[in-house]
Design a protein around this ligand. Structure first.
Ligand code: 3PG
Length: 216
């Protein structure tokens, strides 16, 4: 991929956030589950998949999911330039990070990887905005003040759109999505560890389609 500007990155991350109300946050422990897991979520109406770089097989899982028709696969938990390089090589088409550092942002821009960088405060959000990032992840959403906090940023910082992540479930997702500065939420609740372990793809598809039905 060729270099990407912050404006282009924001445009692309906004498009991604507009595809579905939920970005499933995936922790893949067993590579053999990656394809079925991704397909179940896509079938359920959640095409955007964030695979966190927290397991040994995460990069291989991204490579597998990158071939799922209709899916858009990103790498989560990006921390270092090496993570960015690995993610792009595996086939990730966007990146997500819990926070933002100059080094990480620069690496993503150089690699052409649109980054959904994390912010937790008005100052962090403004720092990213100064760099041209108008679409940001709000993390850890519930612990950092939840939907009321995020809604409070909408008046002073209307030019920023957020994807809150961390502690979100079907019980509180609507509250976030009702805020004018939220386009989608991220969460692991649509792909519970046990369901993945038990290869219960029907359950995961149901959780996805139910979320789409309730939150769209
Ligand atoms: C994470 O930290 O793994 C993501 O933000 C997802 O959080 P969740 O498991 O609370 O949905």
């Amino acid at each position: 991929m060729s270099k990407i500007t912050p404006i282009e990155a924001s445009k692309r991350t906004l498009e991604i956030c507009e595809l579905a109300p939920v970005i499933p946050v995936l922790v893949v422990d067993d590579l053999s589950t990656a394809r079925d897991l991704g397909m179940a979520l896509v079938r359920g109406g959640l095409p955007v998949l964030e695979v966190t770089l927290r397991t040994e097989c995460a990069l291989d899982a991204i490579a597998v999911m990158a071939n799922i028709e209709g899916g858009i696969v990103g790498a989560g938990t990006l921390i270092t330039p090496q993570d960015v390089e690995n993610a792009v090589a595996a086939g990730a088409t966007f990146g997500v990070s819990p926070g933002a550092t100059d080094i990480l942002i620069e690496a993503c821009e150089q690699a052409g990887l649109p980054l959904l960088a994390g912010a937790t405060s008005a100052s962090e959000a403004m720092t990213l905005l100064e760099r041209g990032y108008t679409v940001q992840k709000f993390f850890p959403a519930e612990a950092a003040g939840g939907a009321p906090f995020l809604r409070s940023l909408a008046s002073p910082l209307p030019q920023i759109t957020f994807c809150p992540t961390g502690g979100i479930s079907l019980n509180n997702a609507s509250e976030y999505l009702a805020s004018p500065n939220v386009k989608c939420v991220g969460g692991s609740w649509v792909a519970p560890k046990n369901a993945i372990k038990n290869c219960d793809w029907e359950k995961i598809e149901r959780l996805a389609s139910n979320s789409v039905m309730v939150l769209s």
